[in-house]
Write a new protein. Structure first.
Lengths: 342, 350
């Protein structure tokens, strides 16, 4: 994106709407000139930066740091000064297991159930998401009629709110829903999908792919379109088969985008909450209980809420996310270098 | 017809069909049904009456059984088309049903009760849109209030985001000062701190500030988006510094430079950020769910999820409200899709 030369034309309505903005912006100018005289031009940088950094500090950095303090305290009190220091007790409680593979042998069995569910979810969702969005991107990259229409088709669910997505699919998967109607008209037995442990797990995977696939397809498509066409022409002249061209040209040149997408999908999948909470509420039983919901319920929702335990669990999740983000930044740098060398 | 088919299936380049062409078309058409189908089904269902919703097998369009008022009966009776033993057909109204036998009367002769096997009749149905699904939530529920809360949160948060982020981006792109790199890195590092990691302490901070059960408690933690600062800064870097120097020479204050020169020139990037911010804030769920516990403060998303989790889910209302919740986002999608797709492809941000 490049800045354009400003245009001095505007619609009458837009101009009218700008009048109060102009008045306010103009009115604050006089006091700010005074501030500028006191601070100097360089000091004005601090002034411009201040509101954003203040909000950042209060609502992101401060919670980030006191999260560690929270994870070291016990009790149900909300404010930090009222809480008792317990050291690493919360972490010890989370890790208190006879056998890590079996959640029932742990003191915090729901935490390990959530960890196990999330691990399976991430494994399945990430691999299927990459597969589907890659195939879709490859198909959209072909010489298609009305490509932007088809791109919009796959992108459409991305903008829907998770609550809407959850409700749409809850409605389709319910006992008298569209899916059962489809089975019924094929002469098959209807099924109560969301009451079945395995099917509701599969539903959370499928629905989250449906909702977010278009986003990753777009990134991959942008990567595919950046691959120079003459490479393929040269390959065709050399009599290279399309499959070989895919493995030798498309995939290696798409790799930077693909890696970014993999990490983005991973980071999102670890934090999955909204759609699932509306679709299954974590059930039936605990079959679709994922980490964020565990943290939310431990910290806020249950009768015996335990903010310290929730904080400890969220820090463990944060560690995983930081590792994934650092991997992404590393890969991004690598990709940039590749682009620069080309 | 064949002309049409020829037009649709016409392809550039090679002649003849390759298996990949077939896969392509199957994938695209399948995608069309899977991606749009559920939303279309939702909209269709939202116009059905509760009785039509409970029906199985369901119909795509909303139908209701026609009723007729018959002399001698208080309530309107359902009309059925009955096949008589001699093969003729007649429209009769059902009085009551006992097992598989229905007692029916002809609307013209309400005294003669005919017994009909229920296998020999089909309901007389007409298409009918239950618009009350849409109008009733506006009067019976706090729907208007939820809508207002969502609009307030979305608009306010977006405005503050635009102002605060653009000011920070201006400082980070057009001034040399100590700690500039540090500030930039700090902002980018917060990309690594998603809500799910800090929700417990954030909740306590918001409560300590007296913002629990307050729409500002939903708005403020979200407005200093690192992505916004990043997009705007990258854009402002392309604005030539000479413009600023010239303005300073004309005795413009730094504030005037910001809002009369930099902001108008950053309009395209501001537009992209505004679109993203509207979609983000409109769709926010987990944080409003934590901060808002009083019914009258719910946003649409929270209100919807609470209603749909109730024991007796009133699906006919839920579906209609879901459609209303979808409308702004669908409008954004239709009119501004181009900006969003180029925004995502250019920055990899959502």
């Amino acid at each position: 994106m490049k800045a354009n030369v400003p245009r001095r034309s505007g619609s009458g309505l837009g101009e009218a709407a700008m009048v109060p903005v102009r008045l306010v912006m103009g009115a604050v100018d006089a006091p700010l000139r005074w501030v500028q005289r006191r601070l100097g031009i360089g000091g004005m940088a601090t002034f411009f930066l201040l509101p954003n950094m203040l909000i950042f500090g209060i609502f992101v950095l401060l919670p980030f740091f006191i999260n560690f303090a929270y994870s070291m305290t016990g009790g149900t009190a909300l404010f930090l000064p009222d809480r008792t220091f317990v050291g690493t007790e919360q972490y010890a409680r989370l890790f208190d297991c006879v056998n890590y593979a079996d959640p029932n042998s742990c003191t915090e069995d729901t935490f390990w159930t959530a960890v196990g569910n999330t691990a399976w979810f991430v494994l399945l969702q990430v691999s299927l998401m990459i597969l589907f969005s890659l195939v879709t991107a490859l198909i959209l990259n072909r010489d298609l009629m009305a490509r932007s229409f088809w791109r919009a088709v796959f992108f459409f669910p991305v903008l829907l709110s998770p609550v809407v997505v959850g409700l749409i699919w809850k409605w389709i998967l319910q006992r008298q829903g569209l899916l059962n109607f489809g089975l019924y008209s094929l002469g098959l037995e209807p099924h109560t999908w969301l009451n079945d442990r395995n099917w509701s797990f599969a539903a959370t995977v499928g629905v989250s792919i449906w909702a977010h696939m278009g986003f990753y397809t777009l990134i991959l498509l942008a990567g595919l379109q950046a691959i120079p066409k003459d490479l393929y022409e040269a390959a065709e002249m050399d009599g290279t088969r399309p499959a070989r061209a895919f493995w030798r040209i498309t995939l290696p040149l798409l790799m930077p985008n693909l890696l970014v997408v993999v990490v983005l999908v991973l980071i999102r999948a670890v934090q999955i909450f909204d759609e699932v909470y509306v679709l299954t509420g974590g059930g039936p039983g605990t079959s679709t209980l994922y980490l964020t919901q565990y943290i939310y319920e431990t910290g806020f929702a249950t009768q015996l809420r335990n903010p310290g335990l929730a904080a400890a669990a969220s820090i463990l999740m944060g560690v995983v996310l930081v590792i994934l983000t650092l991997v992404q930044l590393g890969l991004g740098r690598k990709g940039e270098n590749k682009g620069a060398r080309k | 017809m064949s002309r049409l088919a020829e037009f649709i299936f016409r392809r550039r380049g090679r002649n003849g069909w390759h298996w990949t062409d077939i896969v392509t078309w199957l994938w695209l058409v399948g995608g069309l049904f899977i991606m749009f189908g559920p939303a279309v089904w939702l909209v269709g269902s939202s116009f059905k009456s509760p009785a039509a919703l409970a029906e199985f097998p369901p119909t795509i369009m909303p139908y209701v059984t026609q009723k007729a008022t018959v002399e001698g009966y208080d309530k309107p009776l359902d009309l059925y088309e009955v096949t008589r033993p001699d093969g003729s057909k007649a429209v009769l109204a059902e009085v009551r049903r006992i097992g598989i036998v229905a007692q029916m009367v002809a609307p013209e002769k309400p005294t003669d009760i005919v017994k009909v096997n229920i296998a020999e009749r089909t309901p007389v149905r007409t298409m009918s849109f239950a618009t009350t699904n849409y109008t009733e939530p506006f009067t019976h529920f706090d729907f208007v209030r939820y809508l207002w809360n969502s609009v307030f949160v979305t608009v306010t948060a977006t405005l503050i985001t635009l102002i605060v982020n653009s000011m920070a981006a201006f400082a980070l792109s057009k001034y040399e000062f100590r700690g500039r790199t540090f500030a930039m890195l700090l902002i980018l590092a917060t990309l690594m701190v998603p809500l799910s990691v800090i929700m417990v302490p954030l909740y306590s901070i918001v409560s300590a500030l007296g913002l629990f059960n307050n729409l500002w408690g939903v708005i403020l933690p979200t407005v200093a988006t690192p992505t916004g600062v990043f997009i705007l800064r990258q854009y402002m870097l392309t604005i030539p510094d000479e413009l600023i120097d010239a303005a300073r020479m004309d005795k413009a204050s730094e504030w005037q430079i910001y809002w009369r020169i930099i902001l108008p020139l950053t309009a395209p990037a501001l537009a992209v950020l505004a679109i993203f911010s509207v979609v983000w804030r409109w769709n926010d769920f987990l944080w409003p769910l934590i901060v808002l516990s009083r019914k009258e403060l719910y946003t649409l998303q929270v209100g919807l999820s609470i209603y749909s989790g109730e024991l007796n889910v009133q699906w006919h209302f839920i579906l209609a409200m879901t459609v209303v919740t979808m409308i702004p986002v669908v409008l954004v999608f239709i009119f501004l899709q181009r900006f969003i797709t180029t925004g995502i492809a250019g920055t990899g941000l959502k």
